[in-house]
Ligand binder design. Structure first.
Ligand code: ATP
Length: 140
C-alpha cells in the first residue's frame, strides 16, 4: 500500500475476524514463527496452532489461530484459518475445560472412548493457545 501499511484479512470458513491496515504481523508457521513487514516477498505459509499478532500504531493485537494458511503479498496478507478467535472473544473457562479433557485423554482417562492421540494433542494445543492469547491485547 502506498501508505506503507499491510492490508490484513483474517478469515475462517464461517467468519471474517479482522480487516485492518497494520504495520507488522507475526504468526505461527508450521516451520516456526514468521514475521511480516510491508514489501515482503510473496509466499504461502502453512499455519500451526498458536498466537497470531499484529501491530497497528501503538497497539498490538492477538488472535488464536488453529491451522490453515497465510497468503503473503507485498501489501496484503490473508490468513485463512481453520478456526480463529480474537483475544477478547475467547471463553477462557471453555478453553480450560477443553484443556482438562484433552489432558485426561492423553493420560489414559476416558478409556471408554476410542483413543486418538493426534486428536487429543491437537485439542490440547488449541486450548493452550486460546488460554495464552486471551486478554493479550492493547497498548505496547
Ligand atoms: P471445545 O471442546 O471447547 O469445543 P474445540 O477445540 O473442540 O473446543 P473447535 O472445534 O476448535 O473447538 O472450535 C469450534 C468453534 O468454537 C470455532 O468457531 C471456535 O472459534 C470456537 N471456540 C472454540 N473454543 C473457544 C473458546 N474457548 N472461546 C471462544 N470460541 C471458541
Amino acid at each position: 500500500m502506498a501508505n506503507g501499511k499491510i492490508k490484513l484479512e483474517v478469515v475462517t470458513p464461517v467468519k471474517r475476524l479482522v480487516s485492518a491496515e497494520v504495520d507488522e504481523i507475526t504468526g505461527p508457521g508450521s516451520w516456526g514463527e514468521f514475521g511480516i513487514l510491508p514489501n515482503h516477498t510473496p509466499y504461502l505459509v502453512q499455519l500451526d496452532v498458536g498466537a497470531l499478532s499484529y501491530r497497528k500504531s501503538s497497539g498490538r493485537y492477538f488472535v488464536s489461530v488453529s491451522g490453515g494458511y497465510a497468503e503473503v503479498g507485498p501489501h496484503e496478507v490473508t490468513i485463512l484459518a481453520e478456526s480463529a478467535e480474537l483475544a477478547e472473544e475467547i471463553d477462557v473457562n471453555r478453553a480450560k475445560g477443553a484443556r482438562e479433557r484433552a489432558l485426561g485423554r492423553l493420560s489414559g482417562k476416558g478409556a471408554d472412548e476410542p483413543f486418538n492421540f493426534d486428536r487429543a494433542e491437537a485439542s490440547l494445543k488449541r486450548a493452550i493457545s486460546r488460554i495464552s492469547v486471551a486478554n493479550r491485547s492493547g497498548l505496547e
